[in-house]
Design a protein around this ligand. Structure first.
Ligand SMILES: Nc1ncnc2c1ncn2[C@@H]1O[C@H](COP(=O)(O)OP(=O)(O)O)[C@@H](O)[C@H]1O
Ligand SMILES: [Mg+2]
Length: 372
């Protein structure tokens, strides 16, 4: 019998069949582009930004160029990626033709190689930053003309731009002013950085993009339905109660929902009960504990544990005298300061007035089980 593979999906590769909800965000993104605006998608890590952007690439019908800035550490590396992506988009008959057409003034700096049918481009080490930037924009303009309609450039993990060039936002800003048929979509998980850059009056990219917030978890009914379906399709069973438990434990956090289901599916012979869900969740929590220990050590804030404990155990009303005393917090001011810092670090997310949540449900479990 052929073995069935695990139906749950973790990783950067978007899977249309596994995409739950996010209709509102997807529509906002499409209508931003439709109306000729740039957009920025803001969400915590692992909330599905990359999946949303890839869905846009795959399904919106717009010609698009996607570059993930994470792990890039030079302007040259960045421009190389842009060149490669534009090449893939335009599907010119050969890299030679492509360079001749779109990188004319730049051709002497460009080398390409073909390996197993995949083309990679390398730019000469001596080329100056000014020329790199200028050529990149020229390339984008050329590509836009070639596709004959709006071209969308997606820059994922944009908070990492500093490693590429501190001047990138500024140069983008001037580019926006000259071109309206090349639009940009940014995404970023470091909220305070993205806020500063795009939404504060002093930010270089202030007023340049429509904001798309993706801060909610996935909805319960759709998640439960998805879990039941995926088990059923692979001839394993999960009770409705267990599927609901998965949701309750992960709260509908996209990544942790997939992760818990993935492990649960692996550990399930034919049917999965509710105790097993808890067991697997705890197993995952133990597996991550080392990383969580590191977070706590690295942050090294006085009262950190107290605040995490408070947030994980109480449902609001954090500032009451009773809670301050119970969690040995010296003052409301100290608590407030820590809440802000932990939010900046992407550990907490504000859930409306005076209410916070630990974003990572496994970390919350760790706090409840391991800290005291
Ligand atoms: N809409 C969704 N429906 C189901 N699972 C999702 C969805 N969005 C994201 N995921 C899951 O979460 C993981 C992380 O998503 P990703 O897009 O990489 O997050 P981000 O870019 O915000 O860090 C994905 O690998 C996938 O397992
Ligand atoms: Mg991502």
């Amino acid at each position: 019998m052929a073995s069935v593979s695990n139906p749950f999906k973790i990783g950067k590769l978007y899977s249309a069949k596994d995409f739950i909800d996010r209709w509102k965000e997807y529509e906002s993104l499409c209508s931003a582009i439709e109306s000729g605006n740039n957009a920025v998608v803001v969400a915590p890590r692992r909330f599905g930004k990359t999946w949303l952007l890839q869905k846009f690439m795959a399904e919106s019908g717009y010609p698009a160029v996607y570059v993930d800035l994470f792990g890039l550490f030079s302007l040259r590396g960045f421009v190389q990626k842009v060149v490669k992506q534009v090449y893939e988009l335009l599907k010119e008959e050969s890299p030679m033709v492509f360079v001749g057409k779109y990188l004319k003034n730049f051709a002497r700096y460009v080398k390409f190689s073909v390996d197993l049918g995949s083309v990679s481009f390398a730019l000469d080490g001596d080329v100056s930053d000014d020329i790199l930037i200028e050529q990149m924009y020229e390339l984008l303009e050329g590509a836009q003309k070639a596709v004959g309609r709006r071209l969308v450039v997606i820059l994922d993990e944009f908070q990492a731009y500093g490693a590429i060039s501190e001047r990138l936002p500024e140069s983008l800003r001037s580019f926006f002013q000259t071109r309206s048929d090349v639009l940009f979509v940014f995404s970023g998980s470091m909220r305070h950085m993205i806020e500063e850059l795009f939404f504060e009056a002093s930010g270089v990219l202030y007023h340049s993009c429509l904001r798309i917030d993706m801060t909610s978890m996935l909805p319960e009914n759709e998640c439960v339905e998805y879990i039941l379906r995926k088990f059923e399709e692979t001839d394993k069973n999960i009770s409705l109660e267990s599927a609901r438990k998965v949701y309750e434990l992960t709260k509908g956090h996209p990544y942790f929902l997939q992760l818990l289901c993935y492990e649960l599916w692996n550990k399930t012979e034919s049917s999965s009960g509710i105790e097993q869900v808890e067991e697997v969740f705890d197993y995952l929590c133990d597996r991550e504990a080392y990383g969580y220990d590191m977070i706590i050590e690295t942050l090294d804030y006085k009262y950190l544990r107290n605040v995490l404990k408070l947030i994980s155990e109480q449902d609001g009303d954090y500032f009451s005298a009773e809670n301050l005393e119970k969690y040995k917090l010296p003052s409301a001011g100290a608590l407030n300061k820590l809440l802000k810092r932990l939010t900046q670090h992407g550990i907490l997310e504000k859930q409306g007035r005076g209410k916070y949540q630990i974003i990572d449900p496994l970390f919350e479990r760790y706090v409840v089980r391991r800290l005291d």
